[in-house]
Write a protein that binds this ligand. Structure first.
Ligand SMILES: [Zn+2]
Length: 411
């Protein structure tokens, strides 16, 4: 996230690159008159221009939270043998301030050109320059903003929000839905993850607690492609968030006009498209911010090197995406997911925690999985949202999102 500088102190990555102009200052100079050969002219006056220090930045990062997140993300990735690492983002949903952003594995910011794997380091001299560049670029990647992934069931929060806002359903209509293990859409049968023991009769709250696919597929069909895409757009999921870092990727969705009933069905429960972790946490922060979009940011003030004056950067005001009423309903359901549903491992005594788990395949037929947990606390007035993503956990715990929440509660 912070990045590093090159030999001439020019920012090459992360905050160092994005804010290079603010941070770098100006070299001092001497002006004098010289002749064609470069010798100083007689009686010529020298003018000395003092160097100007670069300004300082005040980051939104909370160093305590960052240190804890680093510690437990590393533990989660090692314990669960995540072959492709992991990341954590923690955000204040009221301001968009990123309190923590961690990618694992990381590297030493003081030695950015030193590869972070012992195995690669031992054979480094025999690696071609081209390969070296590729490996270093991979090591430098900030997965939270540069890598897209299929979110899976955490995305049901979008479908739930849209259908409540459109008044298609409500949270606690007893027996409103019925899961028979699957649903047929345009001649294609799409299974619930628990097809072998169908969920049966459910309200929306129960469907979210069970993470029941057919219910969200049905809701997606009722919302329709056009409306559904307008919510994707309003939640900021069709564009980059514009966070103040270089290298942000955009989501990968089918073009609206190419989405048929089957494609809409899979989108409704979080499959067959990709988003970045920063887009996901921004979407959840919008719900946690009682329905108003909030733009993520990493710098909250600039301190002038000369005057020591601190200039606070204003929080950008976002648009309302869903009503306060809808947001509160979704938060209350997220609370049920943690207190008695698939997210119950995230329960912490004395806190009202809300959350949603997600598991999906990393690409088509790769056999690799991405597992994630999205959380917020307290659900009545959230001050913090969090997303933990683990890439290809191959340990004994398997890859179901619910099992990894333990690490989230440590953070
Ligand atoms: Zn079901």
């Amino acid at each position: 996230m912070i990045g590093f500088c090159g030999n001439d102190n020019q920012g090459l990555n992360g905050i160092e690159a994005k804010y290079d102009d603010v941070l770098k200052g100006k070299n001092g100079t001497i002006e004098k008159n010289v002749d064609a050969s470069g010798s100083t002219l007689k009686d010529s006056e020298e003018k000395y221009n003092e160097p100007i220090d670069g300004n300082d930045l005040v980051l939104t990062i909370d160093s305590t939270i960052q240190a804890i997140a680093e510690k437990y993300l590393e533990e989660a990735c090692i314990d669960n043998k995540c072959t492709d690492g992991g990341n954590v983002i923690i955000m204040n949903p009221k301001t968009g301030d990123i309190l923590s952003m961690v990618t694992y594995p990381s590297y030493d910011l003081n030695k950015p050109f030193e590869i972070n794997s012992e195995e690669l380091k031992s054979g480094w001299d025999n690696v071609s320059q081209e390969e070296k560049n590729k490996l270093l670029n991979e090591m430098w990647r900030n997965k939270a903003i540069s890598d897209t992934y299929e979110p899976g069931s955490t995305f049901k929060l979008v479908t739930a929000s849209a259908s409540l806002e459109e008044k298609i359903t409500d949270t606690d209509n007893k027996g409103e839905f019925n899961c028979s293990g699957g649903i047929e859409i345009a001649g294609v049968r799409i299974k619930c993850w628990r097809y072998y023991r169908p969920h049966g009769s459910e309200s929306l709250r129960e469907a979210l607690m069970n993470s029941c696919n057919p219910v969200f597929i049905g809701l997606g069909q009722k919302i329709g492609v056009k409306k559904y895409y307008s919510y994707l757009n309003k939640f900021g999921l069709l564009r980059k968030t514009g966070i103040d870092l270089p290298g942000e990727a955009n989501s990968i969705f089918l073009k609206e006009e190419k989405v048929g009933p089957v494609e809409l069905a899979t989108i409704s429960f979080g499959q067959r498209f990709e988003v970045t972790p920063i887009q996901m946490i921004t979407m959840v922060s919008t719900i946690a911010n009682k329905g108003v979009y909030v733009k993520p940011r990493l710098v909250k003030a600039i301190i002038d090197s000369k005057t020591k004056e601190k200039k606070n950067l204003e929080v950008e005001k976002g648009e309302r995406v869903i009503s306060e009423d809808t947001a509160e309903k979704v938060l209350s359901m997220m609370n049920s997911v943690v207190s008695e549903g698939t997210g119950k491992n995230a329960k912490v005594e004395g806190y009202e925690i809300g959350g949603k788990t997600g598991t999906s395949e990393d690409g088509v037929n790769t056999g690799k999985y991405v597992t994630s947990f999205i959380g917020t606390a307290n659900t009545s007035d959230p001050e913090v949202t969090m997303l933990i993503t683990l890439y290809n956990p191959t340990g004994e715990g398997g890859h179901q999102g619910g099992d990894y929440i333990f690490y989230a509660t440590q953070i």
